[in-house]
Ligand binder design. Sequence first.
Ligand SMILES: CCCCCCCC/C=C\CCCCCCCC(=O)NCCS(=O)(=O)O
Length: 458
Amino acid sequence: MRQLLPETELAPAAALALLCGSAAAVVVWKWLSKRHIQKKMEEARRTRDEGVKKMAKAVQQFREQVPSDKTDAILSLPLLELAGRLQEGSLSPRTVLYTYIQKALEVTQQTNCVQYFIPECEEQLQEIQQQREKGLLYGIPVSIKDHIGHEGHLSTCGLVKFLGTPEQEDSVLVKVLKRQGAIPFAKTNVPQSLFNYDCSNLIFGQTLNPLNHQKTPGGSSGGEGALIAGGGSLLGIGSDVAGSIRLPSSFCGLCGLKPTGFRISKLGVISPIAGMSSVIGMLGPIARDVDSLALCMKALLCEEMFRLDPTVPPIPFDEEVYTSSKPLRIGYYEEDGYFQPSPSMKRAVQQTRKLLQEAGHTIVPFAPPKIDYMVDELFTRGIFSDGAAHLVDSFKGDIVDPNLKSQFNTYRLPALLKRILAIILKPIYPRIARDLSALCGVGSAKNLWDQHVAVAVG
Ligand SMILES: CCCCCCCC/C=C\CCCCCCCC(=O)NCCS(=O)(=O)O
């Protein structure tokens, strides 16, 4: 053996120097990459701040031309009334737009809910004057969640990897909104990766709940929740695979709808888990009342959407069902047997049940079937069917937000370790054990197909 080794032996001092040198190189390399990431983040924030200043200036110029004492009256109009006033011409789209931008500037200063304002909204104002017919959302300012593509703007998911390349084209959703006369004017903040129920990322920071700054607005459509609840927008588009429209709506006292899967086109919308198809995420509206959600759905489910994305089933909004006063048979539950509702949630369900009964509907209590299996095996294992590999990959070249750290560290544990921990924790923390097992994913393409069948047939 000795004969095989090189003749010159490394002196201990030289070995130590080599070791220290390597360690120092690693430290410097890490520091440099962190600095590089921080520079990208700073640049994104600088662009955001410049945009905010430009918008504030545009509002100021508008106010110099059109001083108004009607601001509060406009801001307090429900969407349907505002839409009516715009249609009949008693309010101008420009006045409404600048009134909302002014309020949005104020709300984002307090809650940090807007990532970018969209200066092209001025062009859209001109555009809607040229449209032959006034669309259903004629002149309505609409805010959109960060990852919904708008030409010339970044879609980031709060991740550094998506900084740098602005969208080349509007997403189908934005095209349809514009076709219906809406004016997208702001992109709103999200948690890093969209996989969190808070609303913070290291690029744009933490969004606060306008109703109580000590609280989160929820996530992942938290910027939408905060902006709308603060009064800076009256219609926003969020997205939801596991509560991301429903939670911010609930935390901010708003109404939100996660439509059925595939109902709205997601072309031009980015996601760190784009190939995941076991649980279907959807875009959907957030607003102050249910009628606003219905108007938005009516506007989106139109020929233009079906033409631009033929994978969307061409089924328009069913006005007859929505406006019918025929008694319905409605199922409900107060507890699903898995997640514990807060007392206020239970109370809201009870009050709704009572109101529906008084309106003549038949109310039937039911228990969601096989709930543990549904949540652990179909939902959690479905979302993480790749063992969280894509999600973890999307953090490459990034710094993990402290709010997400424990979650992220769990995702990236090797599958074997997750399995061993699941076995150890099972007797004391059975739920965490089942989560850890689900986070291992499905293991093979064969199992993935089986899981898709299980999702389809229950
Ligand atoms: C000690 C830490 C234990 C961590 C256990 C982790 C268990 C994880 C189980 C479930 C977490 C699921 C979180 C999913 C959040 C998704 C929110 C959402 O709906 N995002 C929208 C994504 S969309 O693509 O835009 O629809």
